[in-house]
Ligand binder design. Sequence first.
Ligand code: NAG
Ligand code: NAG
Ligand code: NAG
Ligand code: NAG
Ligand code: NAG
Ligand code: NAG
Ligand code: NAG
Ligand code: NAG
Ligand code: NAG
Length: 447
Amino acid sequence: MEKRKKLSKRLNIIKLLLAALPTVAFGVFTIVFTLQQDASAKATREQDQQQADETNRRLIFKEYIDDMTDLLLSKRYDTNINESLLHIRVQTLTVLRNLDGARKSDVIRFLYESHLIHSNQPIKVHLNGSDLTGLKFIKSSAESCDLTDIYLPGVYGENILFEGCLLDRAVFDHAEMCGTVFQSCSLVNSTFLETNLTKAHFQDNQLFAAKFNGALLSHSSIKGGVLQGMDFTNADLYQSDIDHEVFYPLAHGGLIANIFINARHPNGSFFAIDTNDLIVDGQAQTKCNQSRTLSWLNALNDNPIEIINRSQIDLQDTSIVESDCVFRFDQNTFVYQAILLQSFSLLVDQKQALFNFSVLIGTKNPTVEDEISISMLFRQAEGSFDYKQRVIRSFKNISSFQLYSIVDAIPPKTAFLLISLGCKTVGSKDQWCFFDQAKLFVSKNTS
Ligand SMILES: *[C@@H]1O[C@H](CO)[C@@H](O)[C@H](O)[C@H]1NC(C)=O
Ligand SMILES: *[C@@H]1O[C@H](CO)[C@@H](O)[C@H](O)[C@H]1NC(C)=O
Ligand SMILES: *[C@@H]1O[C@H](CO)[C@@H](O)[C@H](O)[C@H]1NC(C)=O
Ligand SMILES: *[C@@H]1O[C@H](CO)[C@@H](O)[C@H](O)[C@H]1NC(C)=O
Ligand SMILES: *[C@@H]1O[C@H](CO)[C@@H](O)[C@H](O)[C@H]1NC(C)=O
Ligand SMILES: *[C@@H]1O[C@H](CO)[C@@H](O)[C@H](O)[C@H]1NC(C)=O
Ligand SMILES: *[C@@H]1O[C@H](CO)[C@@H](O)[C@H](O)[C@H]1NC(C)=O
Ligand SMILES: *[C@@H]1O[C@H](CO)[C@@H](O)[C@H](O)[C@H]1NC(C)=O
Ligand SMILES: *[C@@H]1O[C@H](CO)[C@@H](O)[C@H](O)[C@H]1NC(C)=O
């Protein structure tokens, strides 16, 4: 019984639905039709807009080329060369912002063929800061792609492609080119110093002696082609996909190894850290016959400091045989030297860098109250006045010429290490300080 009732109820509902069908169908038709009309109107509008944009771009491009041609042919071009180059830079930056990839390529080709962006020519337009998104250069049977010596430092853009191009000695330093594809190009002696090449693809290129110092190559790939004599100093290769040959070219019949000093390898490790002494002029005796050094300056007046023969000090301690000569600085003064840590930036920013500064210091006619200080100041930019981050050590009761050393971590973002030595004496007039054999090493923190 119950089952029947349910069945008939269901039938009734179906009948009702069938009766309503034409209406429903018509309603649906109306909605769909309206939607379609909307869509087609929108498509028409979009098409119109695209057409307008295209016309606009064509106009902008034409105006630009006309303007440039006039300028290059005019008399004032040569007589006011700096003004002309600035004019070209400003116009080019503006026009590049408003063009599509194909016309951007035409603009670059125009400038290149006008010899305005050649790295080996004294007169060139700086295109740093210009937007090259969508730039494409592809060699075809109809068109060659010779961009030898092209000079494009500091440009930025995504979806850039170079295929089959001659790019020997090209300069892409400091550019933001993440995801750029280089396919079958010749890039001999090209430079990518501190270039952002995250997710870039290098496929079958001639990369002999290409320089990637400080480049960001994380998640990139470098596969096939000639992969020798490259410099990856301080480059970030984290999680990149790189041919085994790049690490071991000699095992693959190569002749010249690639350099990976201070570089982060695909698995995140650092191997070869630069072990050179970073102090300039740390040993007075190498310049003993000169009376001054420009490498250490008096902090009060930026004057160079003196170099003297140790026989003038009457050092009792003869164990320091190497030090025939020493650097001399007066009481109540500081001397300093700034060390650029650029080639360690990756290690520093990964919080894995330690420094070890060591120096021999003494005072003439010492008293127990005399004080020598060593301060290491970590600066993010040259000339910055952020004095918060520093390590200072002071030493009193200096009876003889002694070795002092400071070992500590280098905070992330440090670009410069400012080393200063202070001489604070309280005794007689004939007091001053001297130092020698200053050394600074950076190493990987293994703890
Ligand atoms: C152009 O600028 C350079 C430095 O950028 C300068 O050496 C040169 O004298 C300037 N030339 C003219 C014509 O002003
Ligand atoms: C572009 O480079 C020139 C010369 O190297 C420099 O003077 C200028 O400040 C740079 N401009 C930008 C926006 O980076
Ligand atoms: C690359 O640089 C080396 C050394 O400066 C030079 O001998 C060689 O001719 C250069 N090759 C190209 C193609 O630029
Ligand atoms: C490099 O480019 C990537 C991708 O655009 C970006 O996420 C990253 O911040 C850039 N790195 C630097 C140091 O500018
Ligand atoms: C990282 O890779 C290198 C080879 O490039 C290898 O020698 C090293 O053991 C690896 N380190 C770790 C922690 O996996
Ligand atoms: C100082 O010595 C260096 C080599 O030790 C020498 O090349 C230089 O000519 C000397 N200068 C003077 C002024 O004697
Ligand atoms: C330092 O002075 C001593 C004694 O006057 C002299 O024998 C020596 O050659 C001098 N050293 C140098 C490096 O000039
Ligand atoms: C720091 O360098 C000095 C001199 O080169 C050396 O004697 C000392 O052992 C080093 N200290 C550390 C912790 O490596
Ligand atoms: C200074 O050092 C000497 C030995 O190096 C020591 O005998 C003396 O007590 C020290 N004086 C002070 C005030 O620390």
